[in-house]
Design a protein around this ligand. Structure first.
Ligand code: URA
Length: 239
């Protein structure tokens, strides 16, 4: 627990003296309520606002999550479905996913409370490499794989160059497993690319995000990124 004026000063909003004045003037809210006493103490989980603006006091945190299928890439859902942050019940920080995976897609998802980092990674310029493994209906010929690589005409434009690799096929069931590596992040992109060519996606998993993999993880597992990994991701996104 820390004194309110100290927390405000540390967030860089105002000097300690000015922070005291802001409190006295009724400009400071803690968890939505105006606090005017100077002795008040707050913890990391308390939400402090100055002039209606939340102060950025949180330590940045970065997680890699193996999202299961049947979970929304959001912090809340109107229909009461399971959301990714349900897997982080002990968090003081307000974290959110970096981009999204569909409800039915499993795989690697990053979560953070660092908005700048999230925006950097999601910016199209960054073009972070993402590797997906799709189980599809039908067995694609080489020419279909080349089309995936050269670009598919979707309603929001032609997709950028990609890599496609046939991993296995089941002749009896008429299904195939294809690895698709893309740099874009359009909504339902992988499903739409296959669908457009006549190969509906039956199952989809994101195996890799830049250099990060799910190695050694099970669905629902979480691990913190190392500071070095965070730095590497920043470097890649800025290239
Ligand atoms: N492409 C999709 O179609 N779905 C995802 O969840 C991610 C990429």
């Amino acid at each position: 627990m820390e004194r309110l004026q100290k927390v405000i000063a540390h967030a860089g909003v105002a000097s300690r003296r000015k922070a005291e004045q802001l409190i006295i003037d009724g400009k400071v809210k803690v968890n939505g309520k105006i606090v005017t006493e100077l002795g008040a103490k707050v913890s990391a989980s308390d939400r402090v606002e100055v002039n209606g603006i939340p102060i950025e006091k949180e330590e940045p945190v970065y997680f890699l999550f193996y999202k299961p299928r049947g979970v929304i890439s959001s912090v809340k859902d109107d229909k009461g479905r399971k959301v990714v942050t349900d897997y982080f019940p002990e968090m003081d920080q307000r974290i959110y996913p970096v981009g999204r995976l569909d409800y039915d897609t499993s795989g690697l998802l990053l979560l953070t409370n660092d908005g700048e980092f999230a925006n950097l990674l999601m910016h199209p310029r960054g073009g972070i490499e993402k590797v997906y493994v799709a189980k599809i209906k039908g067995i694609p010929q080489k020419e279909i794989l080349r089309t995936l690589e050269r670009g598919v005409h979707l309603e929001d434009g032609k997709t950028a160059p990609a890599k496609a690799k046939l991993l296995s096929l089941d002749k009896r069931k008429q299904t195939a497993i294809v690895e698709l590596t893309i740099h874009e992040g359009r909504n339902r992109q992988v499903r739409r690319m296959f669908e457009k060519l006549g190969y509906p996606v039956l199952k989809l998993k994101r195996e890799q995000y830049a250099f990060l993999t799910l190695h050694g993880m099970k669905t629902g597992d979480i691990r913190e990124l190392t500071p070095h990994e965070v730095k590497q991701l920043r470097t890649i996104a800025l290239k």
